[in-house]
Design a protein around this ligand. Structure first.
Ligand SMILES: Nc1nc2c(c(=O)[nH]1)N[C@H]1C(S)=C(S)[C@@H](COP(=O)(O)OP(=O)(O)OC[C@H]3O[C@@H](n4cnc5c(N)ncnc54)[C@H](O)[C@@H]3O)O[C@H]1N2
Ligand code: MOO
Length: 458
């Protein structure tokens, strides 16, 4: 069976795997720990946003009718009856001829319908004597239009100057001079303008990133319902493998697939629950694999799937007592990639060759890990791009070339990331996509090709 294995196409292999996925259960995590996790429930707006009528600028809240026709020569003059900082509830309504000094994000007072930016205004303090006559005083404001104000008796327009102050015979009042007419509703956000109550904002299956987190915070989710992270056991086979910290020895290499797979698993939102070496003995390997399959959602193995004398994963799969999904895929690299399921748990046996191991993970394992987390669109997204360089080699199987994307002259280009043999590790770091070269002839510089986007491209 090791030889002459039946082959399946990549798309078939993906379907065979995804058919067995049962989305994992939900759990709640603190919002700050939810980044990269997948939402387990739809989130709807629990209240309108904004939930009060709000100023969009620092300026004066006015009645639009009061500032019709205002010009620098003929300003509208409105009595300022209050200062409204952000977060405060206005103390007074705005009647005809009145305005409120208001800050960005503050609640509009009743009666006001428009905000005029400070830049189009000037604030002046005026004294009224006890006969009610207005006495112009040297007055000023901090507003931009007033930067040339000449005043020795400057009165700043802070909260304390806002209320009329009474001297023996005089009352000081603050007036806003509005030099420009602005249309009704300008710089005012109405209730529900951005989001209305009950609106669907985030769907189950969405990954929580900055924008999602901001919405969750807006609606008071200090904890978030997320899908549990899949637990993954990473098992590596091969008596040639040294630990990362070991000195080199003749004939041996350091185990790089283990950490590469751990990084990939984490980048897919899953959790590495075990890192274990498997000896070159099929019975021991079977015991270890089965053991982890009682605890993990996915068991990943690297190596030992080809036709060599010590390719124990191939032997193990030949005698598999669960559901064997495939043992050979019509692709390069990674044709030996195999998969099986047992009681809802996946066994994905990837090639030991690092390039093939990487490609096998992206085409088969990441989609499973994403699907377990209820994510949508789990397969790598295809796009069309122009090839840089020639790839003349003919293939019997489709080839998934590790490649990088570049943008030039308004076009998307893809070019092989370097050496593409399946044994090569050095080009993996350059790869943000896989160029799909269909079976048959090669492709040439300038050809339009299909490529699959990898998460590193995000
Ligand atoms: N007679 C044949 N030989 C091979 C065939 C074939 O069809 N007939 N297929 C070749 C292809 S294609 C591939 S791909 C490899 C697949 O081999 P395995 O997946 O069984 O992997 P191993 O033999 O265990 O190792 C291959 C290679 O990768 C290195 N390796 C293994 N594990 C790691 C690790 N954790 N970190 C870094 N490098 C690792 C290992 O030392 C080998 O050099 O088979 C071909 N042979
Ligand atoms: O299956 Mo190997 O990775 O094709 O080169």
């Amino acid at each position: 069976m090791k030889f002459n294995r039946p082959t399946v196409e990549v798309a078939t292999a993906q379907k065979l795997l995804l058919r067995h996925v049962k989305e994992l259960e939900a759990e709640r995590v603190p919002l700050l720990q939810s980044f990269g996790r997948t939402l387990a429930e739809d989130v709807r707006a629990t209240h309108p946003v904004p939930h009060f009528v709000k100023s969009g600028m620092d300026g004066y809240a006015v009645r639009a009718a009061d500032i019709q026709g205002a010009t620098p020569e003929q300003p509208a003059v409105l009595r300022v009856n209050q200062l409204i900082p952000c977060g405060a509830v206005p103390a007074l309504p705005i009647g005809p001829g009145e305005a409120a000094r208001i800050m960005t994000g503050a609640m509009l007072p009743d009666g006001a319908d428009t905000v005029v930016m400070f830049e189009m205004t000037e604030e002046r303090v005026v004294e009224k004597n006890d006969t009610g006559d207005t006495v112009p005083v040297n007055a000023t404001s901090t507003n931009a239009m007033n930067t040339n104000a000449t005043s020795t008796n400057a009165t700043s327009t802070n909260a304390t100057s806002m209320n009329a102050t009474s001297n023996v015979n005089h009352v000081q009042e603050t007036y806003a001079f509005i030099f420009k007419e602005v249309p009704l509703g300008r710089n005012v956000s109405q209730i529900g303008e951005e989001m209305s109550e009950g609106e669907l904002l985030l769907e189950r299956g969405r990954t929580i990133q900055a924008g999602e987190a901001a919405l969750l915070a807006t609606f008071g989710f200090s904890t978030v319902p997320v899908v549990r992270r899949p637990r993954v056991a990473i098992l590596t086979t091969g008596s040639e493998l040294l630990a990362v910290e070991d000195p080199l020895q003749p004939g041996k290499i350091r185990n790089s697939n283990r950490v590469m797979l751990a990084a990939l698993v984490e980048s897919a939102g899953a959790e590495v629950m075990a890192l274990q070496s498997v000896p070159d003995d099929v019975d021991q390997a079977r015991t270890i694999v089965r053991d982890w399959m009682t605890r993990a959602d996915v068991v990943l193995t690297s190596g030992g799937v080809s036709v060599g004398d010590f390719d124990i994963m191939a032997d193990l799969l030949d005698t598999w007592d669960g559901n064997l999904l495939f043992q050979k895929v019509e692709m390069r690299p990674g044709s030996v990639t195999s998969a099986a399921v047992r009681q809802g748990v996946f066994l994905c046996a990837l090639s030991g060759n690092p390039g093939a191991c990487f490609v096998g993970f992206e085409l088969f394992v990441r989609p499973v890990l994403h699907a377990l987390q209820a994510r949508r669109n789990v397969l790598p997204a295809p796009f069309t791009a122009r090839l840089r360089g020639d790839y003349p080699k003919a293939n019997i199987y489709a080839r998934y070339l590790r490649a990088k994307t570049t943008f030039a002259d308004g076009m998307i280009y893809v070019e092989p990331a370097g050496q593409d043999r399946s044994s090569v590790t050095v080009s993996i770091k350059e790869s943000d996509c896989l160029i799909v070269i269909p079976p048959g002839g090669g492709v040439s510089d300038g050809d339009l090709v299909t490529a699959l986007r990898l998460p590193t491209a995000l």
